[in-house]
Design a binder for this molecule. Structure first.
Ligand SMILES: Cc1cc2nc3c(=O)[nH]c(=O)nc-3n(C[C@H](O)[C@H](O)[C@H](O)COP(=O)(O)O)c2cc1C
Length: 324
């Protein structure tokens, strides 16, 4: 039986994981020696993520963090994915092991963040790319280096953003998850805090007005294409299939990648829209010659300064209490 205090420490690390719109769509249960990660579908994004693809990627991120944390606290994790199980799609058995090596990535769980500012444009070294390649099977992450390889992504990003931003339901869902002030972000402990994107604190009424009227597909595209010009490397995560098990595994690889990037002092952020809109994803896939592979995450990498961190809910809100 894992002691309660260790279980809570592992969950506290796992909730620091990234999730789409910072929805934190996870619940954790302790069952004897097992840690079970369960989706919280009440936190899904029906418009932006109708297949719950990104929800399962987020769960994969939490699973990876939980396993790194378990090793740090002297427990050997064994993972079982049964993605279609409602009760326990991700089961991590934990065995005490005093000889287990403490993982170096543990220290970066708190340091990692999605950094959405403009990067310096400085090249990433070959050694750093090699370290990032090692976090996954070579065919799971593809790297596009230098402006000649990076610029073609601009048209896919712009096309997908146009589709999303011209959908009022997408904008409404986004506004629902934006936290327009520090007070709101702290109280809710979730969502997209404006300061994390370098935006001022408007308050909800003014903020919603600005987002609905001043932030357009055009302004978003301009901002993202400017960011692309200063991006040193793009990483594309792909999977051989397109189902919940593949998505969970993408999340695990992505979280190892993000923690490794943090250890190398490299910033990263998402340019996922071409992976989110099926017709754009298929065009991008054929442009890149990715037969039989599904693009899941598109990530830019580079050097920049840190941004404010996003907030998290308390562990008490995400632990399923055992039935008496
Ligand atoms: C599956 C997934 C999809 C994401 N998509 C986007 C995105 O399209 N744009 C973006 O800016 N951030 C995206 N993010 C980053 C989240 O918004 C971020 O993880 C969350 O706000 C918590 O912030 P943190 O990563 O700094 O801890 C995504 C994260 C995940 C796991």
């Amino acid at each position: 039986m894992i002691p309660d205090e260790i279980f809570i420490k592992i969950v506290r690390s796992a909730v620091r994981s990234p999730s789409a719109h910072n929805t934190q769509p996870w619940l954790f249960a302790k069952q004897d020696d097992d840690l079970c990660i369960v989706p919280d579908f009440s936190r899904s994004l029906p418009v932006a993520d109708p297949d719950q693809r990104e929800l399962f990627i987020s769960l994969g991120c939490a699973a990876e963090t939980a396993m790194i944390s378990a090793r740090f606290y002297g427990y050997r994790p064994t993972l079982q994915i049964n993605a279609l199980s409602r009760d326990c799609p991700i089961n991590i058995s934990l065995q005490k092991d005093d000889l287990i090596e403490k993982p170096a990535l543990f220290s970066y769980i708190k340091v990692r963040q999605t950094t959405r500012n403009r990067y310096a444009g400085t090249a990433v070294t070959h050694e750093d790319i090699t370290a990032l390649v090692k976090v996954a099977d070579a065919d799971r992450i593809r790297f596009y280096i230098g402006q000649n390889e990076i610029q073609p992504f601009g048209s896919f990003i712009a096309e997908a953003n146009d589709i999303q931003m011209s959908n009022p339901k997408f904008v409404n869902e986004l506004i629902h998850w934006v936290r327009f002030s520090k007070k709101e972000a702290m109280q809710k402990g979730d969502g997209l805090y404006t300061s994390c994107s370098g935006l001022p604190s408007f308050g909800r009424v003014l903020g919603s007005f600005v987002l609905r009227n001043a932030v357009t597909a055009g302004s978003e595209n301009k901002r993202l294409l400017n960011q692309l010009k200063k991006t040193a490397v793009i990483a594309l995560f792909t999977t051989p299939g397109n189902n919940p098990e593949n998505w969970i595994k993408t999340g695990m690889v992505f979280q190892r990648f993000a923690l490794t990037a943090a250890s190398l002092k490299l910033s990263h952020s998402h340019l996922n829209s071409p992976c989110q809109i099926t017709e754009v994803r298929d065009k991008m896939r054929s442009y890149l010659g990715l037969k039989g592979e599904f693009p899941q995450l598109l990530i830019r990498l580079g050097f920049s300064h840190k941004m404010p961190d996003s907030f998290r809910r308390s562990v008490n809100d995400v632990i399923i209490k055992p039935k008496k």
